[in-house]
Design a protein. Structure first.
Length: 294
């Protein structure tokens, strides 16, 4: 059994240039729920001047259906993000730092150590306010500015997040640099360092075409939780280096073909992707939208 965390409404849309109205974001989430998705990273609590697509985070959350057994999450990079999140009823928070100083300085203007220092009380306060906190380690498989990110360093940051109280960790391949052998190696190191009971998720981008291969490598190394994005959303046509997440319906198709359950309805996911293409006004990256279900 695989647990999917659908990140299309956040990571996907955030990397699309076209601004999507609140009502269509809410409709997207309705459609995902109807297709069986139960974990949805719905919004990001970041500076709306930097990320205009996420400016309506509170509005989106207030319009989502409740009591359907669906967990909604939001992304937090700083204390100000936490303060906004705690004014909403969002259930889980993805608290993110990258693990490369160069990337982190460009992204949030702080070193990794400074991010960890700021985020430690953020994690603790989130837990005190009854939110589930997932620590997300970006650039865990490589940094576009520094190249290799030392595994020992990624493990150190992970240890600090776990000490602060994170109940789960997600390793993110922010710019799509991972390969399957590396994924296996990193996942093995995490389970041997923190024990087999660690809840570990993986977040891949398909930047270099290895998204599903990396997903499979992670699964074979024991991971059961994967982030993905409907239709592979997230490739802004005006920013050629921005490529979307692993495509949700392509991933579900792979797992179902392997007789591994996901609880998702593949037909409804593909319908949602086709609807999403109409919303975005262009063809999207997923393969199943084009090929159809076999
Ligand atoms: Zn991402």
């Amino acid at each position: 059994m695989i647990e999917i965390c659908e990140v299309g409404p956040r990571d996907g849309l955030q990397n699309e240039c076209k601004l999507i109205p609140t009502a269509q974001k809410v409709e997207l989430i309705h459609r995902l729920i109807d297709a069986g998705i139960r974990n949805i990273e719905a919004v990001s609590f970041v500076n709306p001047k930097v990320v205009p697509q996420m400016a309506d985070a509170e509005e989106v959350l207030s319009q989502l259906p409740k009591d359907l057994g669906v967990r909604y999450g939001g992304l937090v990079l700083s204390r100000s993000g936490l303060e906004r999140a705690l004014k909403t009823d969002v259930e889980f928070l993805h608290v993110v730092t990258t693990t490369s100083d160069s990337f982190n300085l460009k992204n949030v203007k702080r070193t990794v150590n400074d991010s960890v220092t700021e985020l430690t009380p953020v994690i603790k306060e989130g837990i005190q306010s009854d939110r589930k906190i997932v620590g997300v380690l970006g650039t865990a498989f490589g940094c576009p500015f520094e190249g290799e990110v030392q595994l020992a360093h990624v493990l150190q940051v992970a240890e600090k997040f776990l000490e602060a109280g994170c109940s789960e960790l997600t390793l993110a391949d922010t710019t799509g640099m991972a390969n399957p052998a590396q994924v296996q190696n990193v996942v093995n190191a995490f389970f041997s360092t923190f024990g087999p009971d660690l809840t570990l998720g993986l977040h891949f981008h398909n930047t270099r075409g290895l998204g599903l291969a990396n997903t499979l490598a992670g699964y074979q190394a024991g991971v059961k939780k994967f982030d993905s994005s409907i239709a592979g959303l997230g490739g802004c046509p005006f920013a050629p280096k921005a490529v979307g997440n692993v495509c949700t319906e392509d991933m579900v198709n792979m797992f179902h073909g392997m007789k591994i359950e996901t609880n998702a309805n593949l037909e409804k996911l593909v319908e949602t992707s086709k609807w999403m293409e109409e919303v975005m006004g262009r063809s999207l990256d997923g393969m199943l939208i084009k090929a159809g279900i076999a």
